[in-house]
Write a protein that binds this ligand. Structure first.
Ligand code: SAM
Length: 218
């Protein structure tokens, strides 16, 4: 079974998608993550862990997913004036030095820092959320899917979702049960969902990667 490393894994939204695509997943996060659903977990700083495990990664892993915290680039945090370190560039540097294929995921505010990002949207996967997220592929090519028109209204913040509405899983959003069911993240609490990508995004990426790897090996 191919191994993926998911750094900045949180409760494991991306991890679950790679598992669905057929990977064994090793997660790394600075905080304890008692709800994490991966196959192995390490509590550590992501860059330090990647650097100190570079030999192991080259030998045993096929792929790395990295979701550096996005607070620096989200509008709400900018307004609140919080100071978060920018981890996108140092994460890319260590991944390039290891020489492993990867994706770095982030939010719209980080677009200027991402190289040739692919945009994923919940409507591409028949989910009840738009939740645009951006993915830089390093060492391989990720294909941009067609972006369906946004036809559904989004639930206003503070109101439970009504039939036919799409949920914005940000802040203190209502509709945790609906999102758990819609995204297939039954083990997550609100905090985990707010930080997460829907597993369907990572499953798409994981399947694309494995398809290309199989083609290259044929
Ligand atoms: C946006 S969340 C990742 C969400 C995850 N990709 C998912 O789909 O569920 C970012 C995570 O990075 C973690 N984090 C922040 N700084 C870190 C660091 N220096 N090293 C490792 N993890 C870190 C946070 O604890 C948080 O869980």
């Amino acid at each position: 079974m191919p191994v993926a490393v998911d750094v900045y894994c949180c409760q494991g939204g991306a991890t679950r998608g790679y598992q669905e695509a057929g990977f064994r997943v090793v997660g790394v996060d600075l905080d304890p993550q008692p709800r994490y659903v991966g196959d192995e977990f390490h509590q550590a700083d992501a860059i330090t862990w990647l650097d100190s495990h570079s030999e192991w990664i080259r030998e045993h892993a096929a792929f790395v997913h990295a979701s550096p915290p996005c607070q620096l680039d989200s509008d709400c945090q900018r307004i609140m004036g919080r100071d978060h370190p920018d981890l996108i560039e140092p994460t890319r540097e260590v991944l390039d030095a290891i020489g492993i294929p990867y994706v770095i995921e982030n939010v719209r505010g980080a677009l200027p820092k991402l190289k040739n990002p692919v945009e994923l949207c919940g409507a591409m996967f028949s989910l009840r959320t738009y939740r645009h997220r951006y993915f830089e592929a390093g060492g391989w090519t990720l294909t941009q899917p067609q972006h369906p028109a946004h036809a559904a209204p989004q639930t206003k913040m503070g109101r439970p979702p009504r039939d036919g509405e799409f949920v914005q899983a940000i802040g203190n959003f209502s509709g945790v049960a609906m999102v758990r069911d819609d995204w297939g993240v039954t083990w997550m609490n609100r905090d985990g969902i707010r930080e997460s990508i829907p597993p369907a995004y990572a499953e798409y990426i994981g399947r694309q990667f494995l398809g290309q790897r199989a083609q290259a090996a044929a």
